[in-house]
Design a protein around this ligand. Structure first.
Ligand code: PGA
Length: 252
């Protein structure tokens, strides 16, 4: 049986000190989260070191709460001012990285091609990419949600071998549900996520997360669906008590 995964996407929130305070509080709550649920914290780059240190202090180096990043460049190094590479993340103890978040695609011009390069680079460095896909409201209203999402998945992952595909995670995040309080119906989300799972050989057992206004009070309605393996959580991941309650409620 697949485990559940709850990933906290803090976006551009929390200084190092704020991140440390979150981890200290969250780790007091972690025993309330069933072992069937894995947890990943994705702070901004500037707080990765602090979160790593706070997690190591609370649980040892290889505990159940994992460290993730929100973005990376696909090259291992070079003249790319302001960018961060997968080997740099790996050396900070990063085990997961979100790639292709809709905010990266929308505000920073990330294309499907760039998402594919980042996904492959993360895998080469032994980092699990959480590949984010999702349709706009206009696309959904026009009836094109499924085609759009599957084309994003194929573009990001189509060049990988099945043994590489088995190491990815995917997040289905309808753009119109992100930060709006407007949830996707869990049955509709499951339909798309089930189609993602069967669109390429190798994805049968990967974690597929729902994202978009996930809260402690609605996560269970998603994870009750057969193809939903947890959540990628923005706003509701910023409070340690709330995020611990959310992760606890994600257990099947
Ligand atoms: P939200 O964000 O939970 O605040 O809707 C989710 C995301 O953007 O990953």
């Amino acid at each position: 049986m697949r485990k559940q995964l709850c990933a906290a996407n803090w976006k551009m929130h929390k200084t190092g000190d704020e991140a440390t305070a979150f981890v200290e509080r969250f780790m007091q709550r972690v025993d309330s989260i069933p072992r069937s649920v894995d947890v990943v914290l994705c702070p901004p780059f500037t707080a990765l070191h602090d979160v790593r240190g706070a997690l190591a202090g609370a649980q040892g180096e290889d505990g159940r709460v994992k460290l993730g990043a929100q973005n990376m460049h696909w090259e291992a190094g070079g003249a790319f001012t302001g960018e961060i590479s997968a080997p740099m993340l790996r050396s900070l103890g990063v085990q997961y990285v979100i790639v292709g978040h809709s905010e990266r695609r929308q505000y920073f011009g990330e294309t499907d091609e760039m998402v594919a390069l980042k996904t492959a680079a993360a895998l080469r460095s032994g980092i699990v990419p959480i590949v984010a896909v999702g349709e706009s409201l206009a696309t959904r209203r026009a009836g094109g949600a499924l085609d759009h999402v599957l084309s994003q998945v194929r573009a990001a992952l189509g060049g990988l071998q099945p043994d590489e595909l088995r190491r990815v995670s995917i997040a289905y995040e309808p753009i119109w549900a992100i930060g709006t309080g407007q949830n996707c119906d869990p049955n509709d989300a499951n339909e798309i996520m089930s189609a993602i799972r069967s669109c390429l050989p190798g994805l049968e057992n990967v974690p597929i997360l729902y994202g978009g206004s996930v809260k402690p009070g609605n996560i269970a309605a998603y994870t009750a669906q057969p193809d939903v393996d947890g959540g990628l959580v923005g706003g509701a991941s910023l409070d340690p008590d709330g995020f611990a309650a959310l992760a606890a409620a994600a257990a099947k």
